[in-house]
Design a protein around this ligand. Structure first.
Ligand SMILES: [Zn+2]
Length: 671
């Protein structure tokens, strides 16, 4: 369909459906198949995510607020106070620190939506007040430039350097403000966002080629679409479209690092900086939900296939390379440019040197969530779940206060080459984008758990929770009880429901090959096919109980033989959890690199309440062989030293590096 015509249809549809209320947005995406459920409609009761949410609220959030107040490390909030004229000083920090602050506020807002913690509004009010007063009267807001202007530097002007991350920062401001409005109904932050968007609208009316290149790490596509949903203002949707189209104005200067070597709609492969890439894909999927432009989906689906079948780690992590060149090996040498923190070539998935920025995994979650909303296809939730449990959670310590910027799948000591970024978790990273991104993601996990469509409730992610929504104008309440992801038995009780027939759609994960379903103890005639939603359509009544059983045996997984770094190796996965072998769990004198796994190994799952805050470990018998002296050797005759059997247990990958410096590997040689 013609893009402009589709836009008109979308705008008309939106004007009928949208109301300027805190929950207006759930029904205004004309090309979405599934609708999101507001965060506050899902209450975590017990279990894995209830525990993670509590750590996020009680440990991560207060510790991050201390950092955000500028008491240590970088100023964050203080930059806004200086820009507002409350304090004197210069700007300190990375160019994207404003965006980090907004992501923190989004996390606080999401936490408030679910917990109504009375301590949180004061944090939000104080911060939003400072942001509002720092904002220029024309709507421009970016404290590195505002502070230089205030200090009399006439050269400080908006959008002078695309690597100032102004769009990225403003995008996060708008996203945080939209959530704040949805949750509180208070429009003070939203008004700041509207002023910001109006500034962008005026500034990019007729963008010069130089202006058009300001799309580095594009959080602003998602943001503008969200602002359109919340306000029903068609200018914001048109601006989102313009932002995406404007990437094509000066392609001659583009490159794969920023995904602007060729027009987005011509792209079929995931390339370049993995955070920027995944944010771009998520934003394009958001745009498709509103304007239905088939050209967007024609790019997104093959790019997704490329990521999932050729470029994604078993953990759901993205971005194999610290640094590289792309398109790598191209016959057209003039097209090759430098990339960093980037997708590599197909099947290039190194373990020790994997970059895998936590934000890229979060981008993968955001993208797959949007692909699910526009398709209703369970395969996107499979990837979302894989990334969430493994590559996102690995980015934060179990106590919620220390972080990884990179998430390798193997750690050796010493490293084969010096690599940037800490290999132990740290409270502050110079590039502080990941910690507040993790904070907001964990705070918003509730939003992924359930969704709705016409006459159906979808259960996407399992976990102890209560759902309270309206379906077709009638109250619907469900209680879910489960020990997922440690146990695959899920019980869903209907507490209240519409009298008319409706469907309950339960996600059967791709790994769940022998799932069974019962209603009130009786088997149901609904195919529980892995990688799909099992639909139970009936006239429900209060007291009905659905029992889903997702048997989750520990499994040895092998990779496509084209992945050279994992040839003849296996990983262990149980349910959605990917495991690793970590040195604190090995007998004295045995190193991770000396351990092999027999292919007939019996894998026994055992919940250990004392270990790592309570996790299910996988016990097995492995073989250990001393690696011997490799100093000054690249090659040597094969060692004939006999292996000995050892008893080992593997821990969830997300929980590694919580016991001090260690060696670790997800992939182990098979015997
Ligand atoms: Zn990051």
């Amino acid at each position: 369909m013609c893009r402009r015509l589709t836009l008109l249809v979308a705008v008309l549809a939106a004007s009928f459906c949208a109301q300027p209320a805190a929950r207006a947005a759930e029904s205004i995406s004309p090309h979405a198949v599934v609708e999101a459920v507001p965060l506050s409609d899902v209450k975590r009761t017990e279990g894995f995510w209830a525990n993670r949410f509590a750590v996020n609220r009680d440990r991560s959030l207060p510790a991050m607020w201390q950092i955000m107040k500028g008491t240590e490390y970088k100023p964050f909030l203080v930059n806004f106070l200086i820009a507002a004229g409350d304090q004197d000083g210069d700007y300190h920090g990375a160019q994207w620190n404003d965006g980090d602050f907004y992501k923190f506020l989004e996390g606080v807002t999401a936490t408030y939506a679910v917990s109504h913690d009375p301590r949180l509004p004061a944090i939000l009010d104080q911060s939003i007040d400072a942001i509002g007063r720092a904002q220029r009267s024309d709507g421009y807001i970016h404290t590195p430039v505002l502070i230089r202007q205030r200090n009399g530097d006439p050269t400080a002007q908006p959008f002078q350097d695309r690597h100032n991350f102004e769009m990225y920062n403003m995008g996060h401001l708008i996203t945080a403000a939209c959530l704040h409005y949805r949750v509180t109904g208070d429009d003070k932050f939203l008004n700041v966002a509207r002023k910001t968007a109006d500034f962008l609208d005026a500034t990019f009316k007729e963008p010069t080629p130089e202006l058009a290149r300001n799309s580095v790490c594009p959080s602003h596509y998602m943001a503008m679409v969200e602002l359109y949903r919340v306000t029903s203002e068609p200018r914001y949707l048109a601006l989102a479209e313009k932002f995406l189209d404007m990437r094509n104005i000066k392609l001659a200067d583009g490159g794969d690092d920023n995904q602007d070597r060729i027009p987005f709609v011509a792209q079929r492969e995931a390339v370049g900086h993995a955070v920027r890439a995944n944010y771009l894909y998520a934003g394009a999927a958001d745009l498709y939900a509103e304007d239905g432009d088939d050209a967007l989906l024609a790019a997104l689906v093959p790019i997704w296939d490329n990521v999932v079948h050729e470029k994604m780690y078993i953990t759901g992590a993205c971005g194999a390379l610290y640094d590289g060149a792309s398109p790598d090996g191209s016959a057209d040498q003039s097209q090759i440019t430098r990339v960093h923190q980037a997708y590599g070539r197909n099947y290039q998935l190194p373990n020790v040197t994997a970059h895998n920025e936590t934000c890229a995994a979060i981008g993968n979650v955001l993208w797959n969530w949007r692909m699910f909303l526009v398709s209703g296809d369970a395969r996107y939730v499979d990837v979302l779940e894989r990334a969430l449990y493994n590559a996102v959670l690995s980015g934060v310590s179990l106590d919620g206060t220390k972080y990884f910027y990179v998430n390798p799948l193997r750690q050796v000591d010493p490293l084969p080459t010096p690599l940037r970024w800490s290999r132990t978790r740290v409270p502050f990273v110079t590039s502080y984008c990941c910690p507040p991104n993790v904070l907001r993601t964990i705070a918003e996990v509730n939003g992924f758990a359930y969704s709705t469509s016409a006459n159906a409730v979808w259960v996407n992610l399992y976990g102890g929770s209560k759902l309270s929504i309206e379906l077709n104008g009638s109250p619907l309440k469900l209680t879910q009880t489960t020990d997922y992801p440690w146990d695959g038995r899920v019980r869903i009780a209907v507490d209240q429901c519409p009298t008319k027939e409706f469907s309950l759609k339960l996600r059967i994960p791709g790994w769940a090959e022998t799932a069974t379903l019962r209603v009130n103890g009786q088997p149901v005639d609904a195919p529980a096919t892995p990688g799909s939603y099992a639909e139970i359509r009936r006239r429900w009544k209060r007291g009905d109980v659905v029992e889903l059983n997702l048997p989750m045996p520990g499994r040895l997984i092998e990779a496509n033989p084209l992945v050279e770094e994992t040839r003849n190796q296996v990983a262990i996965q149980r349910g959605p959890i990917v495991y690793c072998l970590e040195s604190p769990d090995l007998p004295k004198g045995v190193r991770v690199q000396g351990v092999t796994i027999p292919t007939d190994a019996k894998l026994i799952a055992r919940f250990d309440p004392e270990l790592l805050g309570g996790v299910t470990v996988i016990e097995t018998t492995a073989l250990a062989r001393p690696s011997g002296d490799w100093s000054d050797k690249l090659y040597r005759p094969l060692s004939r030293e006999r292996a000995r059997e050892i008893r080992v247990w593997l821990v969830p990958y997300f929980a590694w590096s919580n016991r001090g410096p260690s060696e670790m590997s997800v992939w182990l040689p098979r015997q």
